[in-house]
Write a protein that binds this ligand. Structure first.
Ligand code: 13P
Length: 255
């Protein structure tokens, strides 16, 4: 079901005490916000999850930043989907460009991770987006289409209907450059139309498609005003409760 979603990807930042303080600040501010069915999803380092108690009844959830494609066993350093579920994560970010670029995750592997997540009742927040040279060559649609087709479009309509898609142009992540609202709308609409082609109009209209890449309190209003932008996956600005809640406020104005 299409919802307005604000997700914070903390990446590899905060120790447990700073992280807990930040989480509690966000939780307290969120619980005082009229959330109107909006969701807030916090993806801290996995070491923190057991101590972060979400409030699903208030639309506040937690997420892993990644999970293994394997169930369990001799995979040193990995975190399984079952482990994330056991510390009450409801979502898992998959396909983040940092995982693709730095850890060699490709669409074939991500398809397996998507399936593993579903086996453990974790909802994927599936990231897609093009590199700078791909955008310069006008290949962004082609790249994103392949990322969707190869890792997500094998799902049946009922499972796909649970997935959250995050469009994150790689050249905008942590760079201070953002897609313009017009660029974001163009590609979000393209993503929605590919979902309609693969599934149907109802599934496409019900999919939440988030924008990520240097989203901050100054640009959130204009990005979220676009009709196919259903929220944000926020990196740097999610590490400051006040900035994050200002972005939440921008999103709440679009309801
Ligand atoms: P920034 O908001 O820091 O650009 O990061 C975006 C991101 O990668 C979220 O997953």
């Amino acid at each position: 079901m299409r919802k307005k979603i604000l997700a914070g990807n903390w990446k590899m930042n905060t120790n447990i005490s700073d992280g807990l303080q930040l989480f509690l600040e966000v939780k307290s501010a969120w619980s005082q916000t009229q959330s109107h069915g909006m969701l807030c999803i916090i993806a801290p380092p996995s070491t923190h999850l057991a101590q972060f108690s979400a409030s699903p009844e208030l639309g506040l959830h937690t997420a892993g930043q990644n999970c293994s494609e394997h169930e369990a066993g001799a995979f040193t350093g990995e975190t399984s989907a079952a482990m994330l579920k056991s510390v009450k994560a409801d979502y898992v970010i998959l396909g983040h460009s940092e995982r693709r670029a730095l850890y060699g995750e490709d669409n074939t592997l991500l398809k397996r991770k998507v399936d593993t997540a579903f086996r453990h009742d974790l909802i994927p927040i599936y990231c897609c987006g093009e590199l700078e040279h791909e955008r310069e060559a006008g290949m962004q649609n082609e790249v994103v289409k392949r990322q969707l087709e190869e890792a997500l479009f094998h799902l049946n309509a009922s499972d796909f209907g649970k997935v959250v898609v995050a469009y994150e142009p790689v050249w905008a992540i942590g760079t201070g450059k953002t897609a313009t609202p017009v660029e974001a709308q163009e590609i979000h609409s393209f993503i929605r139309s590919r979902i309609e082609d693969r599934y149907n109009k109802i599934v496409a209209m019900n999919t939440s498609i988030l924008y990520g890449g240097s989203c901050n309190p100054n640009n959130a209003d204009d990005l979220f005003a676009k009709k196919d932008v259903d929220g944000g996956l926020i990196g740097g600005a999610s590490l400051n409760a006040s900035d994050f809640m200002q972005i939440a406020n921008s999103l709440s104005k679009c309801i």
